[in-house]
Ligand binder design. Structure first.
Ligand SMILES: Cc1cc2nc3c(=O)[nH]c(=O)nc-3n(C[C@H](O)[C@H](O)[C@H](O)COP(=O)(O)OP(=O)(O)OC[C@H]3O[C@@H](n4cnc5c(N)ncnc54)[C@H](O)[C@@H]3O)c2cc1C
Length: 388
């Protein structure tokens, strides 16, 4: 059984502080302006890459810092806690596990040093489709082997940061569903270069938050056969391997969001005077913020447990899923307490509350919706019948 440390080491605290210092250079006004124009935080992402933070999970041998999922999570947490949005750059960490565990030596040597240096960006992850949604095994995009290439046809939706990436990790079906024993078989994962790719089109999809999201079209797109990651037909399990990492990282972002809302809300409640006293003196204002604070701190403990187990190489599906669920719910509770205590000002863009409110809401729905986390816990942890 792994030791769980709830106190961060000096190095981990220093890492958080360094990320927070960098984030100070990108205040609320920076994010607000980009949000209004729906533009990508290019300068911020470049600076983070230059400082090496986005290569935290890449092994030192490939030019990264070889840190654990906890440290990766602390970086993302700190970005969100400072008022920014790590969604602009989290994918590189989310999907690194699939590439590290299942990529060939040749793929790692070709791509990882360039990703680590920031020369290449791998921020796009193409899974979701209009007709399959959360039921990933039903996805309809096909990749058919023809000589030295696979030919890809299909459509994806909600795929983020495609226009800001050089590379994308793509999940497609290589064996028809009717020809496989298990529906999870026959899917394959590819690492593809999406720059100037004939037959490939990305169309921006406007959403309620600034997330650089797109609909993708693949019309007879030829990708080299050596872009296959791992074993053909085993893509679903290759991606599942990385899911626990993704759950811990997204939990970390939500913990960061939750802390931002609690800090922002409690500060405002101390300062805003109505009816002759600070609004925070009213229990109706104070208690929801106090409750949200407790929920965020409790979620953080589960996040630390899941991260410690992951980094120790122990199975951590239940903990990673619970951390994701609890953190997303806690951040949402904190968001509502913060919005409520700001009254009308919470809706005014210049306070950043409404922007963060929209941003944090995403994590109840994506990358996996919280209902499916409940289904996982009900079925796999508590042994109840499969509900879907
Ligand atoms: C801003 C944004 C960015 C995104 N970026 C990416 C990306 O980069 N790459 C990518 O691949 N995807 C991305 N997604 C997609 C995201 O992962 C999906 O939206 C999410 O997984 C849910 O799928 P869906 O939207 O098809 O919902 P559906 O599967 O249609 O589900 C709709 C709702 O029904 C409920 N539901 C469904 N099935 C069950 C069940 N069995 N039991 C109980 N409730 C159920 C859930 O509450 C769910 O929220 C993004 C989405 C958004 C909004």
């Amino acid at each position: 059984m792994v030791d769980i440390h709830i106190t961060l080491t000096e190095e981990q605290q220093a890492l958080k502080k360094a990320v927070a210092d960098l984030c100070q250079l990108y205040p609320g006004s920076y994010w607000r302006e980009l949000d209004a124009k729906r533009e990508y935080p290019e300068a911020f992402v470049q600076e983070l890459s230059k400082a090496g933070y986005l290569a935290a999970l890449i092994p030192e041998a490939y030019g990264g810092s070889g840190l654990g999922i906890l440290e990766g999570g602390l970086i993302l947490e700190e970005i969100n806690r400072s008022g920014g949005n790590a969604a602009a750059c989290h994918a590189q960490m989310y999907i690194m596990g699939t590439l590290l565990r299942h990529g060939s030596d040749e793929q790692k040597a070709r791509y990882l040093p360039q990703i680590a240096s920031g020369a290449l960006r791998l921020q796009a992850f193409g899974v979701t489709e209009p007709n399959s949604g959360s039921d990933t095994t039903q996805l309809q995009t096909t990749a058919v082997r023809q000589g030295d290439a696979y030919v890809v046809n299909g459509q994806k939706i909600f795929i983020s940061r495609v226009m800001q990436s050089d590379l994308m990790l793509l999940l497609a079906r290589t064996t028809p569903l009717s020809e496989v024993r298990k529906r999870t078989d026959g899917l394959s994962v590819f690492l593809i270069d999406i720059r100037d790719l004939p037959g490939f089109e990305a169309r921006p999809l406007q959403t309620m938050l600034n997330h650089s999201t797109n609909v993708l079209f693949f019309d007879g797109v030829e990708i080299p056969a050596d872009s296959l990651v791992g074993v053909e037909g085993k893509g679903f399990s290759h991606i599942l391997d990385g899911m626990n990492a993704e759950r811990v990282l997204v939990a970390s972002q939500s913990v960061g969001d939750g802390r931002w809302f609690v800090e922002k809300g409690s500060q405002y409640a101390k300062e805003r005077v109505v009816f002759g006293k600070p609004i925070g003196a009213n229990q109706g204002v104070q208690f929801p913020i106090a409750k949200a604070h407790m929920a965020v701190e409790a979620a953080d403990l589960m996040r630390l447990k899941a991260a410690a187990m992951f980094d120790a190489g122990e199975p951590c599906g239940p903990e990673a899923n619970m951390a994701k669920y609890l953190s997303a719910e806690a951040a949402w509770e904190a968001a509502n307490a913060c919005l409520d205590c700001h009254g009308g000002y919470g809706f005014a863009s210049e306070y950043d509350v409404e922007r963060k409110f929209r941003e944090t809401r995403l994590y109840k729905t994506a990358p996996v919706n919280n209902n499916l986390v409940l289904a996982y816990v009900g079925q796999h942890v508590l042994g109840m019948p499969r509900s879907y």
